[in-house]
Ligand binder design. Structure first.
Ligand code: C2E
Ligand code: MG
Ligand code: MG
Ligand code: MG
Length: 284
């Protein structure tokens, strides 16, 4: 179309833009191919532990999707989530992640309290989302629905066309919990806190990393923790990758933390091995 509009129109694109358009198309093609394949192999769900700040005990895990390319390369979601959102492919992708997360929680139900799954705005606004979720939960009747947490970001609040309150209400009516992901990075965090019936606040990494040496960060963290507690919500600090930050969070009475200090996201078999090791340790 750009070419038809006038011979030299393509020149308004610089090289970097051309590469990114090509990358977007490549991401889309790869995603379609992955969704058509054996999804557990092509779109494996990895797990990162969420631990008690007080003693490092594993409380739950966040499910984080990966893509395994035909060349065997593992791609983080940064390479394909935007394309998934824009094409709507995040709908089947998200259903796969939820299915896999629940299946693994079933497997780990005696050692793991909950699994937390990211849900994109596009998924949330899909009319079939709540029935799909109810259907998946019905397949695992031995798991209490509160053991599933859905993580939504502030952008979901802005991006969804549907009545978000109503949609979140229907999710809560199923007994599923809701977490506000990347909390504090948007520009309407307090509105969000006021209007969304969330159970968990996930403090974004940008407030957490280096908090031990930064009075402003630690003041913000303390205030948000207080606010969350006052509203009857629990909190998880994300991106804890330094011992000093863990100590500072513990001193601030942050209930739970997640980060490279404890573990990176792991393929399910490795997460399984870690769970068994920590259970043995807890039993000693
Ligand atoms: P998120 O939900 O905020 O997930 C946390 C991200 O921070 C993960 O990146 C995790 O690996 C990374 N992280 C955890 N601890 C640390 C740390 O100590 N230091 C640092 N530097 N990073 C840490 P990942 O797996 O690359 O995921 C990136 C984002 O992609 C996620 O951010 C989430 O928004 C999205 N995503 C992941 N899986 C899914 C999914 O199944 N569906 C949807 N819709 N989005 C997903
Ligand atoms: Mg998340
Ligand atoms: Mg997050
Ligand atoms: Mg984040």
């Amino acid at each position: 179309a750009a070419k038809r509009a006038g011979g030299n129109r393509l020149e308004v694109f610089n090289d970097r833009m051309r590469v990114s358009v090509r990358e977007r198309l490549l991401a889309e093609a790869r995603l379609r191919q992955a969704l058509d394949g054996d999804r557990d192999a092509t779109l494996p769900v990895w797990f990162q532990p969420i631990v008690a700040a007080a003693d490092g005990r594993i409380l739950g895990a966040e499910a984080l999707v990966r893509m395994r390319t035909p060349e065997g390369e593992i791609l983080a979601p940064g390479h394909f989530i935007t394309a998934a959102e824009e094409t709507g492919l995040v709908v089947p992708l998200g259903e796969h992640v939820l299915t896999s997360a629940l299946r693994h929680l079933l497997l780990w139900q005696d050692e793991l309290g909950y699994v937390s799954v990211n849900v994109s705005p596009r998924q949330l606004s899909e009319p079939g989302f709540v029935p799909m979720l109810a259907g998946l939960l019905a397949r695992v009747p031995t798991l209490a629905p509160h053991r599933l947490v859905l993580e939504i970001t502030e952008t979901a609040l802005l991006a969804t066309s549907v009545d978000l309150q109503e949609r979140l209400g229907a999710i809560k009516a199923l007994g599923v919990r809701i977490a506000l992901d990347d909390f504090g990075t948007g520009y309407s965090s307090l509105t969000w806190l006021q209007s969304v019936p969330a159970d968990v606040v996930k403090l974004d990494r940008s407030f957490v990393a280096g908090l031990a040496d930064d009075v402003r960060k630690s003041s913000i963290i303390s205030a948000v923790l207080w606010l969350a507690r006052s509203l009857g919500m629990t909190a998880v600090a994300e991106g804890v990758d330094a011992e000093a930050d863990w100590q500072a969070l513990r001193a601030a009475d942050c209930p739970a933390i997640q980060g490279y200090l404890f573990s990176r996201p792991l393929p399910a078999p490795d997460f399984d091995a870690m769970l068994r090791r920590s259970t043995v340790l807890a039993a000693v």
